[in-house]
Design a protein around this ligand. Structure first.
Ligand code: AMP
Ligand code: GLY
Length: 417
């Protein structure tokens, strides 16, 4: 099977790594990719947001399957453009991707499907904003309706700041604050059958102890030893299957990866948000634990034959990933700094620990930083403590001027807290 992956972050590196290990995959391409992905896939340049260009590339390569990694191409209809030339796509249509592309749409689907989520109002003017802020009180949760590359959500005790963010958005969702630990649970679906993956936890804040600004994610781990063993079954029954059923009922079936961001509150599990694609950095740890070869699962989801797939098989190992970010991330990340130590990790820590590239590119013989999140250093071990130790040992070998990483990824969970 020839597979083309669209995107170029650590999530796509994790996807390409798994696909490259799958004996069913005879050729693997990634567009545009990055310096690390180039080691497991053949890179092609493409504007990932240009559906016609992606469809032409997939046709030229004779791809049997296109996997779209990031949300922006999905919302822009790249999946539809590729399906229109007869090539199966793992990833939803533009209409179904509205589950991530519009928070108001997601709330409407959840209301119709009876999915538990924060109570909310959709506001389009200052009067509605003031009413909603006062109805819920602090802490205020204000979400830009549309895609905002991780910058759309403000959670604050400061009413003026909440109001200012709300008024800067065209349409905004203001909702009840949800207390409790967060869990990311992914499911692969063809629009009818839903196959849940294993839960993971993401660390959103830039600094240790969950301090500092919100980021795209600074690390992740799986499994979650503290979670109720029935969590996956519960979320399947209350969230994932009803959402997939509701989108099919509306005539816009969702196929691809349904990402449920959940809060485990004292009053039960609630959806914080849906995404329409694999999460980053959670994918790095979830795929590290998946034993089932990935390609046929993704192809069956793309073709609508997921019911033919046997249940997924998982390794007993735990996995931890630590993101190395550039100087000044997330505000104004500096790029172009050389990265050293990659060969040392490959020589001394593989196969238990390895480096997935997020924002990197090759410059002559050097690999340099090319984004805010630069690397996602991933390790597996017999438990979280061992996976953590291996991941941080590999992190210590990497040299990137001015870089930052959290030192407490999976620390509490590894200690049984
Ligand atoms: P997002 O940018 O959509 O991934 O959301 C960023 C983060 O905002 C989430 O991971 C949560 O930590 C937080 N958040 C979103 N909605 C709520 C809520 N209703 N209550 C508490 N925290 C929230
Ligand atoms: N890890 C958060 C996200 O992928 O949106």
């Amino acid at each position: 099977m020839k597979v083309l992956v669209i995107g170029g972050g650590a999530r796509e590196h994790a996807l390409c790594r798994s696909l490259s290990l799958d004996p069913d995959v005879s050729a693997l391409y990634c567009a545009p990719g990055n310096a690390g992905i180039a080691e497991v896939a053949e890179l092609r340049p493409v504007d990932a947001l240009d559906g016609a260009a992606v469809a032409a590339l997939a046709t030229e390569l004779g791809a049997d399957l296109v996997v779209v990694g990031p949300e922006a191409p999905l919302v822009a209809g790249v999946g539809d453009a590729v399906r229109a030339v007869g090539i199966p796509v793992f990833g939803p249509s533009a209409q179904a991707a509205q589950l991530e592309g519009s928070k108001a749409f997601a709330k409407d689907v959840m209301a119709a499907a009876g999915v538990p989520t924060a109570r909310s109002y959709v506001c389009t003017n200052a009067e509605e904003v003031d009413e909603a802020l006062d109805a819920f009180g602090a802490p205020y949760v204000v979400k830009d309706d549309g895609l905002a590359a991780g910058k759309g959500v403000v959670v604050t005790e400061d009413r003026a700041a909440a109001r200012a963010h709300a008024l800067a958005c065209d349409r905004v969702v203001i909702e009840e604050y949800l207390d409790g630990p967060e869990v990311s649970l992914f499911a692969i679906t063809d629009g009818v059958t839903v196959l849940p993956l294993q839960p993971a936890q993401d660390f959103k804040r830039a600094l240790d102890g969950d301090e500092g600004p919100n980021t795209g994610g600074m690390g992740a781990y799986s499994p979650l030893p503290w979670a109720d063993p029935k969590l996956v079954d519960e979320v399947m029954a209350l969230v994932l299957q009803p959402t997939v059923d509701e989108l099919r009922r509306r005539g816009t079936p969702f196929s691809g990866l349904l990402y449920a961001g959940l809060a485990i509150t004292s009053r039960g599990t609630r959806v914080i948000e849906f995404n329409a694609r694999f999460g980053d950095p959670e994918t790095q740890v979830v795929l590290a634990r998946l034993r089932t070869p990935l390609a046929s699962v993704l192809l069956n989801a793309a073709r609508g034959t997921l019911d033919a797939e046997p249940p997924l098989s998982w390794r007993d190992d735990a996995a931890v990933t630590v993101v190395i970010a550039s100087h000044n991330y997330p505000e104004t990340p500096r790029t172009g700094d050389p990265i050293e130590g990659l060969a040392e990790v490959a020589a001394q820590d593989a196969p238990d620990a390895y480096v997935l590239h997020a924002g990197t590119r090759r410059e002559g013989d050097a690999v340099v930083s090319a984004g805010g999140r630069v690397l996602s250093v991933t390790a597996t071990g017999s438990d979280l403590a061992q996976a953590r130790e291996k991941a941080y040992k590999a992190v210590s070998r990497i040299k990137l001027d001015g870089s930052q990483h959290r030192t407490d990824i999976a620390a509490k969970a590894a200690e049984g807290r």
